[in-house]
Write a protein that binds this ligand. Sequence first.
Ligand code: PMP
Length: 439
Amino acid sequence: MLYPSDLSASRLLHEQAKRSLPGGNTRTTVYMKPYPLYAARGQGCRVWDLDGDERIDCINNFTSQIHGYAHPVINEAVRRQLELGTCFGLPTESEVELAEMLVQRVASVQTVRFTNSGTEAVMMAMKAARAFTGRPKIAKVEGAYHGSYDYAEVSLDPNPGNWGNGAPASIAYAQGTPSGVTDDIVVLPFNNPEAARELIRAHRGQLAAVLVDPMPNRAGLVPATKSYIQALREATREIDALLIFDEVISFRLGHAGAQPLWDVEADLTTFGKVIGGGFPVGAVGGRRDVMDVFDPSNGKPALPHGGTFSANPISMRAGIAALRLLDAQAFARLDEIGERVRAGFNASFERHGVKGKAVGAGSLLKVHFTAREVIDYRSAFPLPDEAGMLGQFNLALLNRGVLSASYGLMALSTPMTDADILQILQAADDAIAHVAGLH
Ligand code: PMP
């Protein structure tokens, strides 16, 4: 059934949802006008909605579902744990096993602490940096998303009217954010090593850490240059601040995540999404001396941290199974299909004379309807007609059987076959031709 339709079961359910959920919605990120498609079930890389319509899923729950849906190996691991109990007021073997996997994979990670989400992981990393250094401020990149902790949200969606002419302004995201929050966040421009270095030095003695995602999705999903990451690494060392790598998304770029791809070792790393195999998860890991702020073995730690469901064995077992499946061969395949999809999209833009491009790396891509070079949040910021074309493209893609996130993000998954990739490329080519016809 074409979207939107008055006959859709999703439309009916959305009407019902409005009575018990604000705007009928629980996650702002999945809100869609006039109504969202409700998922009925998923299998492999496909999702079926309430009307029984089948689509290839390139949202993959905003990148968590690297193995798609109902993977038999992950399901079996979870089923076994279900029989043994879902969570306890006691630690389990599973958290030790998943922690060891992360320590083995990521050179800069010596010890690990689990949380229930990426938001909590970033929050705990920021708090750990403050506890370790005794300093109040954190620097983050303009436009970069790091979850819904109010400090992490600063300058997430500034616009040309408020982002400032010199150094990026520190802008609250949610209404009601206390001014102390914006005062303690230093906003860095992305991919500008000189400016970032200068700002970091200017906050010497005050800055606890620099938080960076090396390929920030909301800031355009263009990879950071190596010189930018190097500047952050050097400047943080120079002023004894910590470098926090947010790998909640970028850990899906390789067996050891993003750090080897940028030749860098962070002091703290945050994880989420794929390390939970489709269940709620987050983790912060890093240098043993820094992570010791969590250590309760000598009385009250510098940074106490609990969480009723932290390290619950269902998430841990699913995560262990998911990571085992992510071997060198899986990453080679994800890289290869990612390249094929980006190249195919770019060829379609050219074929249909539409100014646009697909950027990203590995299994992640994002579509920009612009001829500008995209290097950071400001160059990625869409003009009204560009935003309009992206909306038309997404809708056209959805009606050709492919789901993508509303702001252009797409994530590929291991169950995708060559035939699935061809189907995605064909749908995108048709969708780009459709957008070209409208303009
Ligand atoms: N950091 C990054 C880079 C993210 O993309 C996200 C979520 N998309 C988060 C943190 C927050 O993770 P969660 O949604 O699990 O709270």
